[in-house]
Write a protein that binds this ligand. Structure first.
Ligand SMILES: *[C@@H]1O[C@H](CO)[C@@H](O)[C@H](O)[C@H]1NC(C)=O
Ligand SMILES: *[C@@H]1O[C@H](CO)[C@@H](O)[C@H](O)[C@H]1NC(C)=O
Length: 403
């Protein structure tokens, strides 16, 4: 009896130790955030163990998070939901049921998950897409692009580009009763990366006549040149995206070669001939003082010549949209950019907002001081957070006025 009780106490203490993570003081509902974050960490640890044992790739294990969250495409009283294909790429399509009363707006959406995880059919994505479709009377196309590590860059980009291009054809827009002047692309995290890249690529494509009304980038990843920005330094270990995981996502997008991951982890992955790109991620110029804080600027170290010759994908603006020249930015559609203070990707979004503004693009930049990476996903009971509801409602208001 005594031994069992002792075991129970020890287990409880261990569990408490595992779950407990020091959090910034301004994060509300800390215990809920800690629980979610501990669940993510636990899946991460199990996946690492399974990878080490040769049972499965780390990312295969991480996909457990996606699989547990999947819901079927079920219509409700307001919206019909179907899984179909556009240009051979799977999409989940949301069509409002109410009488159109004129042409509709539309959103092409790219989910997050570091180009390796995630699915349009995850409960929270499905919920958000339904609400946008219903409340904005909009057609929502949520894309299930192919994922790394099976399909590395540029495949995920090419899939989302091909869906967007297909949808923007006049005959397709009119088939769904969509107003060609009211279509946007949107995405969160890696999906925000894809949305920014798609918006840039469309401007270079003579075959596309429809212009986007807006691009929506929710805590996007926008560059892999400097992985030691102040936001990476300050938020090394915050929920839900520690620096090590972001580095892993970036490297898996291009290669399984662990050398790239190790080089990225120490920010020594930059080819010697790419010094001209540093200006686009020069945070000493592009970040406001309150984000630079006391950090002293040093650009990324140049090194890893052989490595860099092999994996140059991360220098391509289709992977790192922040590396596009000013000339390529100035005709881009108006942007809504959400950044969170406690997020390694904060500075990517802040610097892109700054560069777009300087290039004359209208930008709405919403910086949430009390939020962490992925916070907007938490809008569903029992894992909903006040901060999630607030970010979502600010976003919906903007869409309602600007799409
Ligand atoms: C349908 O739309 C109405 C009005 O927006 C809303 O109150 C209701 O909850 C929606 N139903 C579902 C199943 O989401
Ligand atoms: C970064 O910006 C600072 C301040 O504007 C400037 O002094 C420095 O030369 C720049 N560095 C690079 C590599 O562009």
């Amino acid at each position: 009896m005594g031994a069992r009780l002792l075991c129970l106490c020890l287990l409880t203490a261990l569990l408490g130790y595992y779950i407990y993570t020091p959090l910034p003081e301004d994060l509300a509902e800390p215990w809920k955030v800690m629980l979610v974050s501990a669940a993510f960490r636990a899946v991460g640890h199990l996946s690492e163990a399974a990878d080490l044992l040769g049972l499965m790739h780390y990312m295969e294990g991480m996909r457990l998070i996606t699989v547990l969250e999947l819901v079927a495409p079920t219509p409700d009283e307001n919206v019909t939901v179907t899984d179909t294909k556009f240009n051979n790429v799977p999409v989940r399509l949301y069509l409002p049921r109410r009488a159109p009363g004129g042409l509709r707006r539309a959103m092409v959406y790219f989910h997050g998950g570091g180009w390796c995880l995630g699915d349009a059919g995850m409960k929270s994505y499905d919920h958000i897409s339904r609400r946008i479709s219903n409340e904005l009377n909009a057609v929502v196309v949520s894309v299930n692009y192919r994922l790394a590590p099976q399909h590395r860059f540029p495949v995920p980009f090419e899939d989302v580009y091909s869906v967007t291009k297909f949808f923007l054809q006049s005959k397709v827009l009119s088939q769904y009763g969509v107003d060609p002047a009211r279509v946007c692309v949107a995405g969160d995290s890696a999906g925000g990366n894809l949305a920014a890249a798609v918006a840039q690529q469309l401007l270079q494509d003579p075959e596309v006549k429809t212009k986007l009304k807006a691009q929506i980038l929710l805590y996007p990843a926008l560059q892999a040149l400097d992985l030691n920005l102040p936001s990476y330094r300050d938020n090394d270990n915050k929920p839900l995206l520690p620096r090590s995981l972001m580095v892993r996502f970036w490297s898996e997008y291009f290669t399984s070669d662990p050398a790239l991951r190790e080089a990225m982890a120490s920010n020594r992955h930059i080819p010697a001939d790419s010094g001209h790109l540093f200006q686009f991620v020069n945070w000493s110029r592009l970040l406001p003082a309150e984000m630079r804080k006391a950090h002293v600027y040093s650009g990324p170290a140049v090194g890893g010549a052989g490595l860099a010759r092999e994996h140059r994908g991360f220098l391509d603006p289709r992977a790192s949209p922040l590396l596009a020249s000013d000339a390529r930015l100035h005709r881009l559609p108006p942007a809504y950019i959400l950044t969170c203070e406690h997020d390694v990707l904060r500075d990517d979004g802040v610097m892109y907002a700054e560069r777009l503004r300087a290039a004359g693009v209208p930008v709405t930049h919403h910086h949430a001081k009390d939020a962490f990476h992925g916070a907007m996903m938490f809008v569903l009971w029992p894992l909903d957070l006040a901060v999630g509801h607030r970010l979502f409602s600010t976003y919906m208001d903007w869409l309602n006025e600007n799409l």
